[in-house]
Ligand binder design. Structure first.
Ligand code: 3NM
Ligand code: MG
Length: 496
C-alpha cells in the first residue's frame, strides 16, 4: 500500500440491512456524502458475475468521492474491477498468497481476533488490521469471543503500531467510549450502524465528527500527495492535448516532457489555427521567452479563445523584468484576465509582486528575500489577479490567494539546464488540463512530478552533468507516470 489511506470511518456493506424505503447503492452514496473514508463491499451469497456488476456500481460511487474501495474476501472480484484492495478473514486466502497475486500497490487488510493472529498478519505484510469483534453483533455469526474495550487495548499494546480499525457492534456512543479509552485505533468499521440507518448521511456525519475528536484526518499535505498521485494517473489515461506557444530555446524539451507524462503537445504559433485547436484543447501554455510581435498577437488570441471554452491558461512570464517590452507585455497579459496559472521563476514573480526580484536576462539572481517574502509574493499576486501563482526556485511556492504551499523537492542540476522552469509550466499545463476541479492542487502536482523526477534523474549512475541530466529528466518523468505512487515516498510538500 502506498497511497496514504484514511481509515477513520470504514463502511462495510451488507445488502440485507437496507431500510425499506432505501436502496443499497443509495445508502452507500449517502454514507459517502456523510464522509465515510473507506468502503468495503462484503457480499457472502452473490455469484461471481453479479458480484462484479455490483462492484462496478459501487466503484462508480467511491471514485466520485475519491474513497478507496475494498472487496471482502474475493481476490478475483477485486482484480476484475481493479479495486483498491481486499479484506481477508482468517479462513480466507492466506495473506502472503494474496499479496503475491495483488502486488504492493493494493491495500490488504486482515481480520484479527487475537494477538497471535495480529502478529502473524503484520509479519505477512498486511496493510491494516480489522480488530474484532469488539462487541456482540447480529450482523455476523461470530466464531470467537468478543474483545471488549480491554481486549482491544491488550491487543494493541502487544503489537507494533500498524493502521487498524475496530469492528463489531459499534455505534456512536460505544464507539466514543472505545476511542476515549484506547490509544492507537485508526478508525471504526461499521456495518449495521450505517447500512440500516434511516438517514445514513446524518449517521456518518455524526460518527465522523465524533471520531475526529480522537483520530486526526489526513493532513492537507497528505491530501495533496494523494491528489497528485491520482492526477498523474489521470494525465496518462486522459492524454490531453496541450497547446504551447513557447520559446524557440525550449520548444523541443517542452514537447518531449509533455509526451513523457502521457499528454499530447501541439506547438503551433499561428493565429489562424488557434480556434480549431482550442476546440479540442486541454490547456494552453503561453511562454514569452522569445516573444515576437506576431507571436504576442497569437498568444492574446489563444488566451481569449481558450478562456471562452473553459480551458486553463498557464502563463510563463520569462524575463518579465528584463526589457521594457517584456514588462509591458507581462502587465498586459495579467490585466486582460485570461490566466488560470501564473508560473515564473523567483526573479520574475518577485518582480511582478513588487517584492524585490532580480534577474539578469531571463535568469534569477539573488534569493527570495526569505520565506515570508516568497509566500507573501505568491499569495498577494494570486489574490490580486484571482489566479494560481507558482514561483519556482530552490524551494517552490504556490498559492491560490488563500493558502501557500512550499515544495522542497528538486535537484540543483535543474538550474544548470535551460528550460527546466518552462518544462514545469508545460507539465502544469498537462495537469490542469485533466484535473480541473482543483487548480491549486493540480499545479502543485505538476511541480512535484518535475522536481521529484529531477531528484531521481540526478541520482542515476549514468548522469554525469547537465547534458546527461537533461535526457535522464525526460526518462524519469516518464517513469514516474508509470508508477505515480512513489510520490508518497518522495514528495516534500508543506503548508507555509
Ligand atoms: N466482521 P455491525 S464483526 C463484518 O469480528 C464483521 O471480524 C467482524 O457489524 C469481525 O457493525 C462484523 O453491524 C460485523 O455490528 C459488524
Ligand atoms: Mg471473510
Amino acid at each position: 500500500m502506498v497511497v496514504p489511506v484514511d481509515y477513520s470511518l470504514y463502511l462495510v456493506t451488507d445488502s440485507s440491512l437496507v431500510p425499506e424505503n432505501a436502496t443499497f447503492l443509495g445508502q452507500i452514496e449517502k454514507a459517502l456524502e456523510g464522509g465515510v473514508t473507506l468502503v468495503q463491499l462484503r457480499e457472502k451469497d452473490l455469484d461471481t458475475g453479479p458480484f462484479i456488476d455490483l462492484a462496478y456500481k459501487v466503484q462508480a460511487l467511491t471514485r466520485q468521492f475519491n474513497v478507496p474501495l475494498i472487496i471482502n474476501d474475493r481476490i478475483d472480484v477485486a482484480l476484475a474491477v481493479n479495486a483498491d484492495g481486499v479484506h481477508i478473514g482468517q479462513d480466507d486466502m492466506p495473506m502472503r498468497r494474496a499479496r503475491q497475486i495483488l502486488g504492493h500497490d493494493k491495500i490488504i487488510g486482515v481480520s484479527c481476533n487475537t494477538i497471535a493472529e495480529a502478529q502473524q498478519a503484520i509479519a505477512d505484510g498486511a496493510d491494516y488490521l480489522g480488530i474484532g469483534a469488539v462487541w456482540d453483533t447480529s450482523t455476523k455469526k461470530l466464531k470467537k469471543k468478543t474483545l471488549g474495550i480491554q481486549g482491544v487495548k491488550d491487543l494493541l499494546a502487544a503489537i507494533p503500531p500498524i493502521p487498524n480499525v475496530v469492528i463489531g457492534g459499534i455505534k456512536l456512543n460505544n464507539g466514543k467510549e472505545l476511542l476515549e479509552n484506547t490509544q492507537g485505533v485508526h478508525g471504526l468499521s461499521i456495518v449495521s450502524g450505517i447500512m440500516a440507518a434511516p438517514d445514513a448521511k446524518q449517521a456518518c456525519q455524526d460518527l465522523l465528527s465524533m471520531i475526529r475528536h480522537y483520530v486526526p484526518g489526513p493532513s492537507k499535505e497528505q491530501d495533496i500527495v494523494k491528489y497528485a498521485i491520482k492526477a498523474t494517473a489521470r494525465v496518462k489515461s486522459g492524454s490531453p492535448l496541450v497547446h504551447h506557444m513557447t520559446n524557440t530555446v525550449v520548444i523541443n524539451d517542452n514537447a518531449n516532457a509533455t509526451l513523457a507524462v502521457g499528454a499530447s503537445p501541439i506547438m503551433s504559433t499561428n493565429t489562424e489555427e488557434v480556434d480549431d485547436i482550442a476546440a479540442i484543447n486541454g490547456a494552453m501554455v503561453v511562454n514569452m521567452g522569445t516573444l515576437s510581435q506576431s507571436m504576442s498577437e497569437a498568444m492574446s488570441t489563444a488566451m481569449e479563445s481558450n478562456t471562452k471554452l473553459g480551458n486553463p491558461v498557464i502563463f510563463d512570464p520569462v524575463g518579465a523584468a528584463a526589457t521594457e517590452y517584456r514588462r509591458v507585455m507581462t502587465q498586459k497579459y495579467l490585466d486582460v484576465g485570461h490566466l488560470t496559472v501564473l508560473k515564473g521563476n523567483t526573479g520574475e514573480i518577485l518582480y511582478i509582486a513588487q517584492r524585490g526580484g532580480q534577474s539578469r536576462g531571463v535568469d534569477t539572481v539573488g534569493g527570495t528575500g526569505g520565506e515570508a517574502n516568497a509566500a507573501a509574493a505568491v499569495k498577494e499576486t494570486a489574490q490580486k489577479y484571482g489566479i494560481i501563482v507558482a514561483m519556482t526556485g530552490e524551494i517552490d511556492y504556490v498559492s491560490d490567494g488563500e493558502r501557500v504551499f512550499a515544495i522542497d523537492n528538486g535537484d540543483a542540476l535543474l538550474a544548470s539546464i535551460t528550460g527546466s522552469g518552462c518544462m514545469v509550466s508545460s507539465i502544469v499545463g498537462c495537469f490542469t488540463a485533466v484535473n480541473r476541479e482543483n487548480y491549486l492542487y493540480a499545479t502543485i502536482a505538476g511541480i512535484l512530478i518535475v522536481t521529484v523526477a529531477s531528484e531521481k534523474a540526478a541520482s542515476r549512475p549514468d548522469v554525469h552533468g547537465p547534458g546527461t541530466f537533461r535526457s535522464a529528466l525526460i526518462d524519469e518523468l516518464y517513469n514516474i507516470t508509470n508508477e505515480p505512487s512513489i510520490l508518497a515516498t518522495y514528495a516534500k510538500v508543506r503548508e507555509v
